[in-house]
Design a binder for this molecule. Structure first.
Ligand code: AMP
Length: 575
């Protein structure tokens, strides 16, 4: 027997309808790409989104068509999202930090029909335009006065474009399971993969994110997503803020410490979210300028593990730091490190230990850890295995790809390796492809990296597995020194010795000028391993020999003019 309640489809347009009704004058503040601070509100965002939808329909955009955006966090970008989804089409957020060839590949794979871009990306698009065959028209997210002369196909200022309609329009009705958004993974291995969010998955994920144990949003909150709209739905904030009536502060292109600080203070932000790199810049600014944070209560950090010292520094300022973990395939949030009653007694170091974990899954997410054969492993906080997830906002397949991505129980393998403790707190110990398998046991590269950056001379560290005839793989530690410091490899090993099992100790330490990073700012271990493979052919556990092999092969690679292998930049000194 079915229930006798109304059918109320969970579609994105309802979010902005609600915000415009109940929180009409709640502000949406943008540091615009043109430079000024622009104030809008939810009523205006909805009115303009309706114009976007109406204009798209007039342009022949049909339900299911893809419309790309290449833009920073701004009110125009936000209303374009609601307009695209409200026309029944699919907003495809393109990450401008990807390599240009990847951008061309993604736009072509998605078959985007229109591309809405910030004015700053016009030169990039002009250089790619010949490869963007599916794009019929470019809409530049600015007014006529700011559009440069451009040869982009049929380019038009966004303000002129939406002024061609009157906004007297009704959202295009779609099924709640219809596709609403598309976001590609950064694809360090193989081609990028498209994750296709539905209206329903976005609404459910965002509702889960509003909860007190997640973002803790209320109508009196003020939230600043530093995390970009193009990075997996800005961790839901584009939806969860209007869903609650929270004031939204959008930082545009300026993500440096001073600019973020200025907005946090001038707009009296209570909650913010972003990756560790951004918070490192903010901390540096706060320490240098001796500035207080007067309104911020909650800071969510994710996308990569936050260093312990960062969590401590913000907590010392009275700000509640929550670690979050997730991925594009999960819409993206899979866990948040809020405090359960069973751990509420923790203080000092023990509390920071807990905060270093990635947290527990909210309602809508289910987790398990398994061994390589798929057998479930215990939640004891020690055993680590492949982390797999299922839920209301977890991908079931990639866009335009045939391969299945779920196991027999319907779980998606995240590619992360993790422990889960008895309280349900999950801790990432590695990426599956980065974990070092030595003598049948697993060594966590992330754990070694975190310990290595605790050494006073180390600025950044990467640990990779290199082939070993007896053990299968052994860890190699590659480090960058802090400015003006020198690293003595032996002292680094001594620093690690009391902290890890002896068989975890790296067989060799390499000191380099810089480490390679991906477009999303993560360590590029694929590149790092390519060089190590050359260098470590005859690794036999003798630190001196691997160092020697590394050096010689790098010189050879350099002589062959293979730029790809010069990942360490100039000035790499041998120790
Ligand atoms: P992306 O799809 O680009 O967001 O990347 C997702 C991956 O980033 C995850 O599978 C993790 O490996 C990593 N990641 C995200 N959040 C965290 C976190 N809080 N701690 C450690 N790794 C994280």
């Amino acid at each position: 027997m079915l229930g006798l309640m109304q059918h109320w489809p969970l579609v994105i347009s309802r979010i902005i309808d609600y915000a415009a009704c109940q929180h009409a004058s709640r502000e949406v503040v943008t540091r615009s790409v043109e430079g000024s601070i622009v104030r809008s509100d939810y009523a205006a965002i909805r009115a303009r989104a309706l114009k976007v939808a109406q204009r798209l329909v007039r342009a022949g955009i049909a339900p299911g068509d893809r419309v790309a955006t290449l833009a920073w966090n701004s009110a125009r970008h936000l209303e374009a999202w609601y307009g695209i989804a409200g026309a029944g089409a699919i907003y495809h957020t393109v990450n401008p930090r990807l390599f240009p060839e990847q951008i061309a590949w993604i736009v072509t794979h998605a078959a985007d029909r229109l591309l809405l871009a910030d004015v700053t990306f016009v030169p990039l698009l002009e250089s790619l335009a010949d490869k963007l065959a599916t794009v019929e028209r470019y809409v530049i997210l600015t007014d006529r006065a700011h559009v440069p002369d451009t040869r982009l196909r049929d380019a038009i200022a966004y303000e002129d474009w939406i002024d061609e309609v009157d906004g007297d329009f009704a959202w295009v009705g779609v099924d709640e399971r219809a596709a609403a958004g598309l976001c590609y993974t950064s694809g360090t291995t193989g081609d990028p993969k498209g994750v296709l969010y539905s209206h329903r998955s976005n609404v459910l994920h965002s509702m889960a994110m509003c909860a007190p144990d997640a973002l803790g949003l209320a109508s009196r909150s003020v939230i600043l997503p530093v995390v970009p709209l193009f990075h997996a739905n800005s961790w839901s904030i584009a939806f969860s803020a209007p869903m609650t009536g929270a004031k939204l502060v959008l930082p545009g292109a300026q993500l440096d410490g001073a600019s973020i600080y200025e907005l946090l203070e001038s707009e009296q932000v209570t909650c913010t979210a972003g990756v560790p790199t951004v918070w490192a810049m903010l901390l540096q600014y706060l320490q240098k300028e001796q500035q207080p944070l007067t309104s911020l209560r909650r800071l969510v950090v994710g996308g990569a593990a936050a260093p312990r010292s960062m969590i401590e520094a913000f907590e010392a300022r009275g700000i509640e730091v929550f670690h979050a973990w997730g991925m594009t395939e999960m819409s993206p949030v899979g866990s948040i490190g809020s405090i359960k009653p069973s751990v509420a007694h923790l203080r000092g170091e023990a509390l920071i230990d807990l905060k270093c974990k990635q947290g527990f899954a909210p309602f809508t997410v289910e987790m398990k850890i398994t061994d390589d054969a798929g057998r479930r492993l215990p939640w004891d906080g020690k055993t680590f295995g492949r982390l797999k997830v299922a839920g209301a906002a977890v991908a079931s397949a990639y866009f335009r790809a045939d391969a299945g991505i779920l196991d027999d129980e319907g779980y998606f393998d995240t590619g992360d390796v993790a422990t889960i403790d008895a309280h349900g707190y999950m801790q990432i110990t590695d990426r599956a492809k980065d974990v070092i398998k030595s003598g049948g046991e697993w060594i966590s590269s992330v754990a070694l990296e975190n310990l290595a950056v605790g050494h006073p001379d180390v600025a950044e560290a990467a640990v990779i597995g290199v082939p070993h005839p007896k053990w299968g793989e052994r860890p190699l530690l590659v480090v960058v020194a802090k400015e003006g410091r020198e690293i003595e490899p032996r002292s680094l090993i001594e620093h690690l010795r009391p902290k890890v099992a002896s068989w975890w100790l790296p067989d060799a330490v390499e000191v380099v000028a810089a480490l390679p990073h991906t477009a999303t700012g993560k360590l590029d271990k694929v590149k790092l391993r390519a060089l190590a493979r050359l260098a470590a052919r005859d690794l036999d556990g003798d630190g001196a020999r691997i160092a020697e092999a590394w050096h010689v092969d790098r010189m050879r690679a350099g002589a062959a003019g293979n730029d790809d292998l010069n990942v360490f930049g100039p000035g790499r000194d041998r120790q």
